[in-house]
Write a new protein. Sequence first.
Length: 117
Amino acid sequence: MKTALDGPTDYSNTTKESDNITDSNSRNKRYLEIILLQRKGGKNSARIIDKLLERPYNANQIAEELMISYNTAYYHMQIMKKFNLIEKKSKNYGSVYYPTENLLNSRELFYKLKELI
């Protein structure tokens, strides 16, 4: 059975090059909908995204800032990473997460979806 940690299924190879921008926007919208509206932990994911849009944080800093457990913060951040909404610049322990261009380009949509939670 597929779980949220498995990440999205990528069907991008089946599209034309001219459709990439539209497909990318559709994919971003779908990923945000899944993460925010179709999962039990959507509220925590939204809180984490809010913080990461302010500045980079590592999982421990997010956990302390939002008063959630480290494991909860790390779990949500791994899901968002698999959906290409956030990224780490290095693989070192304690490295910080940043919003990806996908998330930055979908910021307005994020705020609209957040209101629905």
